[in-house]
Design a protein around this ligand. Structure first.
Ligand SMILES: [Cu+2]
Length: 304
């Protein structure tokens, strides 16, 4: 990881956090440091566009930041004890073979609290391998959120259940930050990843749009950039990206993840999803979108 770049993250963060900047519109950056298994992050932030830097340079495992907005009237403890606990039980039972994959939704509906439908995910999941940092810029409205990592340990326990979670209050105050500008656009079509960019080393920012089906639902909900090694098996990576699968999203990851997003609200022309990452060395890379097992959606390319 480029040390200068990292230093500049910290410097920008300190300037913004001390409130001594000018009133003009500028990016609002916040660094979240990941450890195995905890986050170091602020408890409270203003509302609006915020660029979160997931710094995974201290950890030894792959991590992500997922933002879940907790429904009004529900506390963070209730979210952990009722909602997260339900997913934990589901996962344990499923991994123990107590029901088939087709039985997941019935069982999870029994386990989840009544208010579960009110939990709103904002750009969940942007996987970052140890030793790396990546950004994503999201709009957070005032409310109570949980910042979580849903990756699993080697034993199949979600990081969230081992302490990788924090409450975050978004206040009525505003970040006064503009919707982000970006260098490159990615459009995810049903059978193709369309990326307009110069694949070279350096820092790159992206806006993601998804094609929608006849009912208006996005055809995909995620994209990741990985660095390929000689033995990287993209079919294996695709199947590992499936959280529900036994062994899915379990450490260690079968590839080196530089960043990306998962989202449910980005459609073409409405660039609601932004992420940035750094390509720190030449080599072979791939954009990969998780699709059902046996299908393939990736673009392999070389960086000189
Ligand atoms: Cu994690």
């Amino acid at each position: 990881m480029n040390t200068l770049k990292h230093l500049s993250f910290i410097t920008i963060l300190s300037i913004i956090m001390c409130g001594c900047g000018t009133q003009e519109e500028k990016e609002y950056r916040v660094e979240i440091i990941a450890y195995d298994y905890a986050f170091q992050a602020p408890d409270e932030l203003p509302s609006g566009w915020i660029t979160f830097v997931l710094n995974n340079e201290q950890a030894h495992e792959i991590h992500e930041i997922s933002f879940a907005r907790i429904p009004e009237g529900i506390t963070y403890s209730e979210y952990l004890n009722e909602y997260v606990r339900a997913w934990e039980i589901l996962l344990q039972e499923y991994q123990a073979g107590e029901f088939e994959r087709s039985g997941i939704s019935a069982r999870v509906n029994e386990l989840l609290p009544e208010w579960a439908d009110g939990v709103e995910y904002v750009n969940a999941r942007g996987l970052v391998s140890p030793g790396r940092s990546a950004d994503k810029t999201i709009y957070l409205a005032p409310g109570l959120y949980s910042v979580d990592c849903w990756v699993k340990t080697e034993d199949g326990i979600i990081h969230l259940a081992t302490g990788m979670t924090r409450p975050l209050t978004i206040t009525d105050e505003s970040t006064n930050s503009p919707e982000p500008s970006f260098d490159n656009r990615i459009t995810l079509n049903e059978n193709a990843i369309d990326v307009q960019w110069n694949a070279e080393t350096g820092f790159h920012s992206f806006a993601v749009g998804m094609e929608v089906d006849s009912e208006g639902n996005p055809v995909h909900n995620n994209i990741h950039l990985i660095k390929l090694e000689e033995n990287t098996d993209l079919d294996e990576v695709n199947s590992w990206l499936d959280w529900y699968k036994v062994g899915g999203l379990r450490a260690p990851a079968p590839a080196d993840f530089l960043g990306g997003v998962s989202t449910y609200d980005a459609v073409p022309g409405e660039s609601a999803t932004y992420f940035s990452l750094e390509i720190d060395e030449p080599g072979e890379y791939a954009w990969i979108v998780q699709v059902p097992e046996g299908e393939q959606l990736w673009n392999i390319f070389n960086v000189q």
